[in-house]
Design a protein around this ligand. Structure first.
Ligand code: PLP
Length: 483
């Protein structure tokens, strides 16, 4: 993840040399395909967490394709880090950024200042928000991590205002990913984020991951599994004391934890428990927001009623950093009233909060999203995507294939019947990712030998077929290498 002295400088030189050749478009790509292929990247599974060997240096992108510094073309079937909804090199986004920079390259939202384009974007986001957040307010940051930190600060402040300063604990789930700052990284429950850090900090507790495939017990129905998890949540709240627990954090589907979809009825059951003990629900829509599941919000797809909602990534298609923490009206009004009463401020905000360039790009992204009917396109393409994904279940390596909309994953096992995984040292998912790279496909290895697929929303049916053809080939390459 680190860049700096001592690392090869070639990327820049290749980047300059290749960009003019790459960007004119598809006509030149066949020529580039013949160039030397750089396939030295050995990506380990994220449970091992670090990239070893040579990183893959991506120097250009157009549409759903990216190019490395040797000119090799890849279908980017992870939308970068689950974010590039409109694909690479979208001229309208580029122009939105450029013209905003010309007009007002920077201003801030501190000390009696406001950036009108940030207000415009906040209004737009609220108009798209789930029904129960329609009267809410938006706080802008730069990353999913800081959006979740903001949610924690708002929750703590809100509870203090209402006379419950001790109601600070957060309950989240094993396998959840919410960022890497000290607060969001504590709420995250992936071992490599906690290792060597003394995390999670003491205000966080974790309950079980909702993977029925992996954690459902022999003979247990999905409904029983949900009941067990709801009972576990209740037990956790009672153990801490309901007067201590502020919120339950959950992604509608767990992304980095392995694209884990909740079992039917899961969120309503968890919500019922939360309501019983005055525990608020924070929906982390950093991956699922803006159409990924075929619905505008993942919480709609999975009946998760969230009191607070975090989003980022696809909001700007990843072109510039921006996150939005949506705060419900009741919390905002309480904070505003207390500020007036006490003459103080809620001391929170960043230099780049409401950055005009990020807001301009987000507004353009949402305009294109609606104009080009991307939600409808995802809905139309999802059956093919999901059919091809489920088709991988027949592969000897695949224990479970799962997904929704244009996101999915395969979980790889040694023995399908018993779901026995391969020994971690075999790094099976990492092998699949490596063979996929050789076939010109970028997918991602996640914990528990899961391989995820999450392409830009602008992919075509032909792209989807190509992604799954190449992935199937990579699975077979990996199987052969294991034997
Ligand atoms: N929340 C979820 C669900 C995510 O998937 C991520 C990142 O992948 C984050 C939060 C953290 O976002 P960032 O990397 O922008 O801090």
């Amino acid at each position: 993840f680190f860049c700096g002295p001592g690392l090869p400088k070639m990327a820049h030189r290749w980047s300059m040399a290749l960009r003019p050749a790459l960007c004119p478009g598809p006509a030149l790509r066949p020529a580039l395909r013949g160039m030397r292929h750089l396939t030295t990247s050995t990506q380990t599974s994220e449970s091992g967490s670090l990239l070893t060997g040579q990183p893959l240096r991506i120097v250009a992108g157009k549409g759903a394709m990216v190019y490395d510094d040797a000119g090799k073309e890849y279908i980017e079937a992870m939308a970068g880090l689950w974010c590039t909804a409109l694909g690479w090199g979208h001229e309208e986004l580029v122009e939105a950024a450029a013209s905003q920079m010309r007009n007002l390259s920077y201003y801030h939202c501190f000390a009696g200042r406001q950036v009108p384009i940030a207000e415009e974007l906040a209004d737009k986001i609220i108009s798209l928000a789930p029904e129960n957040l329609k009267g809410g307010k938006v706080f802008f940051g730069m990353s999913g991590s800081d959006a979740n930190d903001t949610q924690v600060r708002v929750l703590w402040h809100y509870n203090t205002i209402r006379g419950l300063p001790q109601k600070k604990k957060i309950i989240a789930r094993a396998g959840g990913y919410h960022g890497v700052t000290l607060a969001s990284g504590s709420i995250t429950a992936l071992p490599h984020v906690h290792a060597q850090m003394g995390l999670p900090l003491d205000f966080v507790r974790h309950v079980s991951c909702p993977s029925f495939y992996r954690y459902g017990r022999d003979g247990e129905s999905e409904a029983d599994f949900v009941r067990r998890l709801a009972a576990e949540l209740e037990e956790a709240i009672l153990k801490e004391g309901p007067d201590q627990v502020a919120a339950f954090f959950a992604e509608p589907l767990q992304g980095a934890g392995g694209v884990i979809l909740p079992p039917a009825g899961y969120f309503p059951a968890m919500r019922e428990v939360c309501e019983r003990y005055d525990v608020l629900v924070v929906g982390d829509e950093v991956i699922t927001g803006f159409g990924r599941t075929g619905q505008m919000w993942g919480c709609t797809a999975f009946q998760q009623k969230a009191d607070f909602l975090s989003c980022a990534k696809q909001l700007t298609s990843g072109y510039v950093p921006l996150s939005a923490a949506i705060i419900p009206r009741f919390a905002y009004e309480a904070i505003e009233a207390s500020t007036e009463r006490r003459g103080g401020v809620f001391g929170h905000g960043y230099t780049y909060t409401g950055h005009p360039v990020s807001c301009a790009v987000a507004l353009k992204m949402l305009e294109i999203f609606e104009r080009d009917q991307l939600l409808e396109k995802v809905t139309q393409l999802a059956p093919l995507f999901q059919q091809r994904l489920l088709g991988l279940s027949a592969h000897p390596l695949v224990g479970n294939a799962r997904g929704i909309g244009l996101i999915g994953a395969v979980e790889l096992v040694k023995e399908k019947e018993t779901k026995q995984p391969y020994d971690a040292s075999r790094a099976v998912a990492a092998k699949v990712v490596q063979f996929a790279l050789e076939r010109g496909l970028i997918v991602r290895a996640l914990p528990h030998d899961v391989v995820s697929i999450c392409p830009p929303l602008i992919v075509s049916a032909a792209d989807v077929n190509e992604i799954f053809d190449r992935l199937e080939g990579a699975l077979s390459d990996a199987l052969a290498a294991l034997e």
